[in-house]
Design a protein around this ligand. Structure first.
Ligand code: 2M8
Length: 439
């Protein structure tokens, strides 16, 4: 068997907790929301039913409001191993009985994962398609509620863009996109004994966010606890509110997918609603286009202004499925001299921040390095947008990188050094999916 595939399978098995998977053995010992979606696609290559369990495990934590939480905690993990842990979120009355969760969310990749599981099952001719289709009947309404929660609680004015209340909700936690809005967040008291177990899990603490950032992260969580996660209040007064274009674009694409899944779930009449939602977001993303940067910009909902930074977020229209003219511009930029085509890169793959952005940092967490799951999202977008040749190039470069770096969390783009955790589940999942692809 292919050595890389073997390593990826080892990583998934090593992080497997039976019905769900740790993102990594030490750094992230609980179940994370968007990791679970990627991981499910990885399991699909081995066992589509195990893949469905990954999604079901996550959805055990779905709140009655419809929110799918960023973390579903494993209560067997020792106290203090990950912070903020299960007792730090004040969510006991919000989460379903018997399940401990955080109180924020992450990008909605789940429907995309479910459709991919189905596609893989369909190619197996072993009866698993039947099981997947049965599961879709029950999973679809859960995902529909999740999307509806995002489109109401996090977009009460129906703008088509989803507001995040914490950088962790973006998944691209430390992106320079959040620097400005986060700098205005002033914790009223600083935690002297800020617990940072994460710093002991990486080779160099510089591979993780800084303490001042963590003080703000904790403060934002405390502010949400203080209003008991009341979303209406949060959307009016929370000190960090940003309409996140990358998150919104993923939702648009996931809505297109839900439209395709609706008939399989026995709800054909709901397809049009999802398509209209996706279209609405695509139009909203159009209004966030910056002609100078040639990028789509997040909107700070507190100042009412766009956030000018040249990052991966700018490619949101590609993820959402935009028209040919715009996608041609974005594909040029993606492979151009400030992103994948930058001089001196070990592999020509997308960067999380443009090399020309003043805050580009080749080692900084989400501030420059290459992240395999983001490469995967862009690869999928290129394929779906009909950019077949670019997609093929991206895929083969990604595989080449992964052969060298293994299932690492992220990669320093110039030296090609593996950074963060070295057994990251979503990277393993991306490996399996990329290797399996048969155009
Ligand atoms: C990272 O985020 C968590 C907080 O959610 C952390 O730093 O502790 C991010 O890379 C995020 O996107 C990812 O889902 C998570 C688990 O892999 O780790």
């Amino acid at each position: 068997m292919d050595e890389l595939a073997k390593r990826a399978i080892e990583v998934l098995h090593g992080n497997d907790r039976g019905t769900w998977t740790r993102p990594s053995p030490r750094l992230y010992p609980h179940q994370w929301s968007w990791d679970a979606a990627f991981v499910a696609m990885g399991w699909a290559q081995l066992d589509p039913v195990r893949a469905l369990n990954e999604l079901w495990s996550l959805l055990r934590g779905q709140w009655t409001t419809g929110m799918v939480p960023q973390i579903v905690f494993d209560l067997n993990v020792g106290r203090g191993r990950y912070e903020p842990g299960p007792n730090a979120w004040g969510t006991a009355l919000n989460a379903p009985p018997g399940v401990a969760t955080s109180g924020i969310c992450q990008p909605p990749v789940h429907a995309i994962a479910l459709a991919r599981i189905r596609e893989v099952a369909a190619g197996r001719n072993d009866g698993s398609l039947h099981e997947v289709d049965d599961a879709i009947v029950d999973l679809y309404p859960r995902l529909d509620r999740w999307h509806r929660w995002l489109r109401t609680a996090r977009d009460p004015e129906g703008t088509g863009l989803i507001t995040i209340l914490h950088p962790w909700e973006s998944g691209l936690d430390n992106s320079p996109r959040w620097d400005r809005p986060l700098s205005r967040v002033e914790p009223d008291e600083l935690l002297d004994d800020l617990p940072r177990p994460d710093l002991t899990c990486v080779a160099d603490p510089a591979e993780r966010p800084t303490n001042p950032e963590y003080q703000r992260y904790r403060f934002l969580v405390d502010r949400l606890i203080a209003i008991d996660y009341d979303q209406d209040k949060a959307m009016e007064e929370h000190p960090f509110r940003v309409a996140d274009v990358w998150f919104s674009a993923i939702l648009a694409s996931a809505d297109d997918v839900l439209a395709d899944l609706a008939p399989i779930a026995g709800r054909p009449e709901e397809g049009d609603r999802h398509r209209a939602d996706a279209e609405h977001t695509r139009r909203a993303l159009d209004t966030c286009w910056d002609e100078d940067l040639l990028a789509c910009l997040d909107q700070d909902r507190i100042t009412g202004r766009p956030i000018r930074s040249d990052t991966m977020g700018g490619f949101a229209p590609l993820i959402a499925g935009c028209d040919l003219d715009r996608s041609a511009v974005l594909v040029d930029r993606l492979f151009g001299p400030t992103y994948a085509g930058a001089d001196g890169l070990a592999w020509p793959l997308p960067l999380t921040t443009a090399t020309t952005d003043p805050r580009f940092d080749r080692r900084g967490y989400w501030r420059g390095p290459q992240w395999p799951p983001m490469t995967w999202l862009l690869w999928r977008a290129l394929r779906m947008g009909g950019h077949t040749r670019s997609a093929a190039t991206l895929r083969s470069n990604a595989i080449e990188q992964l052969r060298d770096t293994g299932c690492t969390e992220y990669v320093e783009p110039y030296s090609g050094r593996a950074l963060g955790s070295d057994s990251q589940s979503w990277t393993a999942a991306v490996v399996l999916d990329l290797l399996s692809y048969d155009p």
